[in-house]
Write a protein that binds this ligand. Structure first.
Ligand code: THU
Length: 134
């Protein structure tokens, strides 16, 4: 379990917060999906005037990872413009769970660099799956 975010990842998440399109909530979020080979695929939240059409940063990052051929997420890095740590919404927990390796870590990185980590199974017990359990 990471005790600190690698400086390059923390810096990239912070840099990308400026790219988040969040004129309605004012909450800017960046996510990095770490794939099985260590590559990291980033995304930001993209809101829309038709509010439900907005996309979370995790969903953007998962789309980027899948687009590049990855579907076994081993870690998700998260940062936001809020003062504390944030955790994925329910829908994003389900999205991460479906495409992650067992024990996939969700790491929230605070503005001060502090991190906290939880396994996806702890964030989403009994997630929905059509196939038999792993
Ligand atoms: N949001 C994310 O992108 N990820 C999260 O984990 C929680 C919330 C976004 C959705 C919306 O654009 C804004 O944050 C406020 O809810």
């Amino acid at each position: 379990m990471p005790t600190a975010a690698p400086p390059a990842i923390a810096a990239e998440l912070r840099r990308l917060l400026a790219h988040s399109h969040a004129p309605y909530s004012g909450v800017h979020v960046a996510a990095g999906v770490e794939a099985e080979d260590g590559s990291i695929h980033y995304g930001v939240n993209v809101e829309n005037a038709a509010y439900p059409q907005g996309v979370c940063a995790e969903a953007s990052a998962i789309s980027a990872a899948v687009t590049h051929g990855y579907r076994a997420i081993r870690r998700v890095w998260l940062a936001s413009s809020l003062p504390g740590l944030i955790w994925p919404c329910g829908g994003c927990r389900q999205k991460i769970w479906e495409l992650s390796e067992p024990g996939c870590e969700v790491v929230s990185v605070g503005p001060d660099g502090r991190v906290e980590t939880h396994a996806i199974e702890a964030l989403l017990p009994l997630g929905f799956r059509l196939e038999p359990p792993r």
